[in-house]
Design a protein around this ligand. Structure first.
Ligand code: ARG
Length: 399
C-alpha cells in the first residue's frame, strides 16, 4: 500500500494545487482534512468535494467549532491573551486545534506524515509543525508551498493545466485567515505600513465612524467563562458568535499593528476581533473586582508570557501547560456580571457586580459609614518607606 500524507486543506488555490504537488513530489496518497473553526464562507461539503476533485484519495471534514471555543478560546480569554498587548491571537489559536486533528487523522488513517500550505515566512508553519511534533513525534511534516517552491504563479498555471475546479475570480488581493475569534488580513497595499486600511477589507466589523445608537450588553461569567448574555444562557461558542454580532455591529475590535513574527520579520497586520476584544475587556474588569491584588499583578506578567508562547507555536509545551494551571487557579472567583457599552469602535465597561466581589463599599467610601481606619496609614507608610529612607541617608552622607 502506498504511503499516505494528511494535508490541512482550506479549499483555496494553494492547498488545492498542493494535493497534486504532494502526490507528484512524494508518491504518497493525499488525504485532505478540512477543519471547521468557524471560518464561515464556503460550505464545508463543497470544500470536501473539491479536495476529491483535485485528486485526494479521501477527504475528511471535522466540525471543531465547539472544541475550538471551549478548549482554545476560553483559555485565551482567561489569560486575557493579547500579543504585543493588541493582537488576540486569532490565527495562533486555530493552528494547534487544526494540528491536533491532523495528527489524529494521520494516526487513524495510517498516514506517516502531515502537510500544510504555509509559506516559509510566517508563524503558521511553525505552529503546525511544533504542535504536530509535540502530539505525534513520529509524524513527518511536509510543506509543499515552502519546500517545493510552489509560487502563486506556478499554482495558477498548475490549476489551469490540470483543470482543477478553482475559481480565479474569487481571489482577493489580500491574504486572509479567519475563524470565529476573528480575521487576519495581510499583503497587498497593506504592505506599506503608511497606507491606511480601507473599509473593503473588513467583514466582521461595521465602520465605527458611522453614526448609530450605542448597544448595551450584560455578560455573565462563571469562573472566567461567559455563561450568559443578557440573562440568556450560552455556550462558549454561542457567546463568541453573539458578541461578534453585537460588538461587530458597533465597529469594535479593529486592530492595525506592526508585529514581530517569530521568524524575525516585522510585518504589518490588520485584524478584526469584535468578540475577542469585547470579551477580554469584560473579563479583565471582572478580574479587577474579584481577584486579590498580588495575584492580579502577577497574572499580568503570566498573561504576556502565555500570549508569546501561543504566538510562537508552543501551545502544546510544558511551560504553556504549567501557566494554564496557574491561570485556572486565578479564575475560581471570577464569577459575576459585566455591563458593556459598545459604541463607535469601543467596548467600555459601565457596570460590574459579583457575589465574589472583593470591592467593599465601606472600605472604599469617602462618605459616612467608612470602616477604613485612616490612623493606621501613617505607621504603614513609615515602615513601607523605611528602606528608602535608610539608603537615602547613606547615599547623602557619602557625598
Ligand atoms: N500574523 C498573524 C499571526 O501570525 C496572522 C497570520 C495569518 N495567517 C495567514 N495565513 N494569512 O498570527
Amino acid at each position: 500500500m502506498a504511503e499516505r500524507v494528511v494535508l490541512a486543506y482550506s479549499g483555496g488555490l494553494d492547498t488545492s494545487v498542493g494535493i497534486g504537488w504532494l502526490k507528484d513530489a512524494t508518491g504518497k496518497e493525499v488525504v485532505a482534512l478540512a477543519v471547521d473553526v468557524g471560518q464561515g464562507g464556503e460550505d464545508m461539503n463543497a470544500i470536501r468535494q473539491r479536495a476529491l476533485d483535485c485528486g485526494a484519495v479521501e477527504s475528511v471534514v471535522v466540525d471543531a467549532k465547539d472544541e475550538f471555543a471551549n478548549d482554545y478560546l476560553m483559555p485565551a480569554l482567561k489569560a486575557n491573551a493579547l500579543y504585543q498587548k493588541r493582537y488576540p491571537l486569532v490565527s495562533a489559536l486555530s493552528r494547534p486545534v487544526i494540528a491536533k486533528h491532523l495528527a489524529q487523522t494521520a494516526k487513524s488513517l495510517g498516514a506517516d506524515s502531515v502537510a500544510h500550505g504555509c509559506t516559509g515566512k510566517g508563524n503558521d508553519q511553525v505552529r503546525f509543525e511544533a504542535a504536530v511534533a509535540a502530539l505525534a513525534p513520529d509524524l513527518t511534516s511536509l510543506a509543499p508551498v515552502r519546500d517545493f517552491a510552489l509560487t502563486r504563479d506556478k499554482a495558477i498555471a498548475y490549476a489551469a493545466e490540470h483543470n482543477l475546479p478553482i475559481e480565479q475570480s474569487k481571489k482577493s488581493p489580500y491574504s486572509v485567515d479567519q475563524n470565529v475569534w476573528g480575521r487576519a488580513v495581510e499583503t497587498g497595499f497593506l504592505e506599506d505600513p503608511w497606507n491606511a486600511p480601507i473599509e473593503d477589507i473588513y467583514t466582521y466589523t461595521q465602520d465605527p465612524a458611522t453614526s448609530r445608537e450605542p448597544s448595551e450588553v450584560t455578560v455573565s461569567f462563571s469562573e472566567g467563562i461567559p455563561v450568559a448574555i443578557d440573562g440568556k444562557p450560552v455556550t462558549p461558542l454561542e457567546a463568541v458568535q453573539l458578541m461578534n454580532t453585537v460588538a461587530g455591529g458597533q465597529g469594535v475590535g479593529r486592530i492595525d499593528i506592526v508585529e514581530d513574527r517569530l521568524v524575525g520579520i516585522k510585518s504589518r497586520e490588520v485584524y478584526e476581533s469584535p468578540a475577542g476584544i469585547a470579551l477580554i475587556a469584560a473579563h479583565e474588569e471582572l478580574e479587577n473586582m474579584t481577584v486579590e491584588r498580588d495575584v492580579a499583578r502577577y497574572k499580568r506578567g503570566v498573561e504576556a508570557k502565555w500570549a508569546e508562547l501561543v504566538y510562537d507555536g508552543l501551545w502544546f509545551s510544558g511551560l504553556k501547560r504549567a501557566l494554564d494551571v496557574f491561570i485556572d487557579d486565578t479564575q475560581r472567583h471570577v464569577t459575576g456580571d459585566i455591563r458593556l457599552k459598545l459604541h463607535a469602535g469601543t467596548a467600555v465597561v459601565t457596570g460590574r457586580r459579583s457575589g465574589e466581589s472583593l470591592y467593599d463599599f465601606n472600605l472604599a467610601t469617602y462618605d459616612t459609614g467608612d470602616t477604613f481606619d485612616q490612623s493606621l496609614a501613617k505607621g504603614f507608610i513609615e515602615l513601607w518607606s523605611l528602606p528608602s529612607k535608610i539608603s537615602a541617608r547613606r547615599d547623602l552622607a557619602g557625598r
